[in-house]
Unconditional design. Structure first.
Length: 216
């Protein structure tokens, strides 16, 4: 996945751009109530209050369940309208198909919600576009825990006891997440791609690093 799509296009500009129109159209819609009512009461008093709060959370990159749920709704509507399509690095789709055909279980663990993950992998620029049939399981901070804590990776491994934890491979652009996975007993590598944040000092040489799935 091109990280800048998530951070630079999907989360911020797109969601914020469609938010006012969405709130105006859906504010009193019973089907929208589960998203609106998940916000603290003080931010449900008006569309302006909610918009201001959402902008503040996004500006601070706060990852909180009720915001992620609303973002997932906005993205779903965007995908359905054909306004969003997740761009993948050229090696990703072919490698996922190869791993799947060879009997490997492919699972996603992200700070984004499971519904948002499924939307991303269902609407990609690959051919075919829908890669969700290749994915065996999905994890986020709700059903697994924080990605920088070793116990989260133990939780994931325990949900698939047929695979010894030492046979798991976790790939991430975040060195702290890689450290947590290794501490839990998994194999793990840092994936450094164009558009990813610069790695902290000392990571190169300390942790295994790849630049494409072809190196796995």
């Amino acid at each position: 996945m091109v990280l800048s799509f998530v951070s630079g296009f999907l989360i911020f500009p797109y969601a914020l751009r469609v938010l006012p129109k969405t709130l105006e159209a859906q504010w009193d819609n019973p089907d929208f109530a589960k998203y609106k009512d998940a916000f603290p009461p003080e931010y449900r008093t008006s569309k302006d209050e909610m918009t201001s709060h959402i902008r503040d959370l996004m500006d601070k990159d706060v990852k909180i369940a009720y915001l992620k749920s609303l973002q997932g709704y906005l993205w779903k509507e965007g995908y359905a309208a054909g306004n969003l399509k997740a761009p993948l690095f050229p090696d990703v789709a072919d490698k996922l198909h190869t791993w799947h055909q060879n009997g490997f279980k492919i699972m996603i663990y992200s700070s984004g919600s499971v519904p948002a993950q499924k939307l991303l992998f269902k609407h990609t620029n690959a051919e075919p576009s829908d890669l969700t049939p290749l994915i065996s399981d999905w994890f986020d901070t709700v059903n697994a825990g924080l990605k920088t804590e070793a116990r989260s990776y133990n939780t994931i491994a325990e949900s698939h006891p047929e695979v010894p934890i030492g046979e798991w491979l976790f790939l991430s652009d975040n060195a702290k997440e890689v450290d947590a996975a290794i501490a839990a007993g998994m194999r793990s590598m840092v994936v450094q791609r164009p558009g990813n944040p610069e790695l902290p000092h000392g990571v190169i040489g300390r942790l295994p690093l790849i630049e494409s799935f072809g190196q796995v």
